[in-house]
Design a protein around this ligand. Structure first.
Ligand SMILES: Nc1nc2c(c(=O)[nH]1)N[C@H]1C(S)=C(S)[C@@H](COP(=O)(O)OP(=O)(O)OC[C@H]3O[C@@H](n4cnc5c(N)ncnc54)[C@H](O)[C@@H]3O)O[C@H]1N2
Ligand code: MOO
Length: 409
């Protein structure tokens, strides 16, 4: 009897995924580092900002001097001088004194706040201050972003434009990141034709190659298409053998189930040193998912159904690709929110369900509306904002109940 013989839970597969070795590091300049994952902790070698700075145009003052100042009863301060941008002040302030300062200027010693220009009047070497300022008002402090000697970012985080901003602010211009995994993608099935070809009746156009290619790119990998392989055992094996040599990860869609023309499992098993991690996952959709390991490389047999293939990509393949690049912890997974189910969603205990949902907002909070379409319909993924997870031991989610929703990137 044909059956799935090594069924694992999603959590078990994800645990196996984090055992794959990470790819070697490479050193990149800031302009090339966007979207990559830090391979090492980043330490601040200096304070950011390096000195206390004004955040408003006005006058640097000693805040206590301004207490009680009012429009009708302004406080009078003597102007000590002007602070030039980009220069260290050549004087310090004593009580009763003020200094002209522009946004970003360096606070002189003795000053602990800035009065905005609008609340002052200057005349013959003095200013009238018409509103009090609290200590530290309109100032950002030396080291307020990051203090010298502290860890700015731990290894494993994603480099975003803001992270690049921090690094440039700290004078860190080269970063160590994990290399991008190479991903080979091939589709199997006698019924498939390339999208650009004529479509004879009985055939369908290849969708999975392109969803998996673009999702791999979006996950920071370097994908290569290996085309369509017909349901011929030997042809599949030859293609698989070549593709796994040339890549870190191979994605084969279709033929992962238990039909007489489903050869993916055999093709993986025939590879020298191949180990089967799972054949079948307790998940819906996507039960016919295979994961094999060949040395440090991974081969996924993904379900042929177009929505299932892409969904399993996001749940299992993406975490592997990110892990290989050096991502850690929550950075491996899609961002998660809690949302209220818009209707009852039944489920079968013993497997996790990932229900494609559309999100909307109500007074109550975020509402998740299940998309009740079959997994052979790609429109169900194109419409989805995310996946609502129904845990393994649950018989479903009631309308109005809160559930986890993973957001699509
Ligand atoms: N007896 C059983 N039959 C099936 C089971 C099962 O547990 N027992 N599982 C079903 C589920 S769930 C899925 S999903 C499919 C997956 O099977 P395969 O991975 O072997 O995929 P195929 O049979 O090759 O294809 C399924 C479906 O998807 C279409 N397809 C395949 N590749 C592409 C592509 N690149 N682009 C667009 N469409 C594609 C294919 O034409 C089929 O319609 O098995 C069920 N059967
Ligand atoms: O669970 Mo299959 O993966 O229906 O589509």
């Amino acid at each position: 009897m044909f059956t799935f013989f090594k069924v694992k839970k999603v959590a078990e597969v994800l645990e196996e995924i984090t055992k794959f070795p990470m790819l070697p590091e490479e050193s990149l300049g800031l302009k090339e580092a966007l979207g990559r994952y830090l391979a090492k902790d980043i330490l601040a070698k200096e304070d950011l900002p390096p000195f206390s700075r004004a955040t408003m145009d006005g006058y640097a003052v000693y805040a206590r001097d301004t207490f009680g100042a009012r429009e009708s009863e302004p406080v009078i301060l003597k102007i000590k001088g002007e602070i030039a941008m980009g220069e260290v002040p050549s004087f310090s302030l004593a009580s009763g004194e003020a200094a002209r300062i522009a946004t970003g200027g360096m606070l002189p010693e003795g000053a602990d706040a800035v009065v905005m220009l609008e609340y002052t009047e200057e005349e013959k070497g003095i200013i009238e201050v018409k509103r009090p300022v609290a200590p530290y008002e309109n100032v950002i402090f030396k080291g307020e972003d990051f203090e010298k000697g502290t860890i700015v970012f731990p290894a494993g985080i994603k480099i975003t434009p803001a992270v690049i901003g921090v690094l440039s602010g700290l004078g860190i211009t080269q970063v160590e990141v994990g290399q991008r995994p190479k991903v080979g993608i091939l589709s199997t099935g006698d019924e498939l034709v390339l999208p650009e070809k004529e479509l004879p009746l009985g055939k369908i156009r290849d969708i999975n190659s392109y969803t998996l290619y673009s999702a791999s790119l979006e996950s920071g990998a370097i994908p290569t298409l290996y085309g369509i392989v017909p349901d011929v055992k030997e042809k599949l094996f030859v293609k698989v053998e070549k593709a796994i040599q040339e890549n870190d990860v191979l994605l084969i869609s279709g033929g992962s189930s238990v039909g007489t023309r489903d050869f993916t499992l055999e093709a993986i098993s025939r590879l020298p040193e191949a180990e089967l991690i799972c054949h079948g996952v307790a998940v819906k959709p996507g039960k016919p998912t295979i994961l094999g390991q060949v040395g440090s490389k991974a081969i996924f047999g993904l379900p042929g159904q177009v929505a299932s293939a892409l969904l399993i990509f996001y749940i299992m393949v993406r975490p592997l690709l990110l892990h290989m690049q050096g991502a850690k912890g929550e950075h491996l997974f899609l961002r998660k929110i809690m949302a209220y189910a818009a209707r009852n969603i039944p489920s079968t205990p013993g497997r996790e369900d990932y229900v494609r949902v559309k999100l909307s907002f109500s007074e109550k909070g975020v509402i998740a509306l299940p998309i009740l379409k079959k997994s052979g319909l790609i429109s169900s993924m194109a419409e989805a904002h995310g996946f609502l997870r129904i845990p393994e031991n649950s018989e479903g989610i009631y309308e109005g109940e809160l559930a986890e929703v993973f957001l699509l990137p």
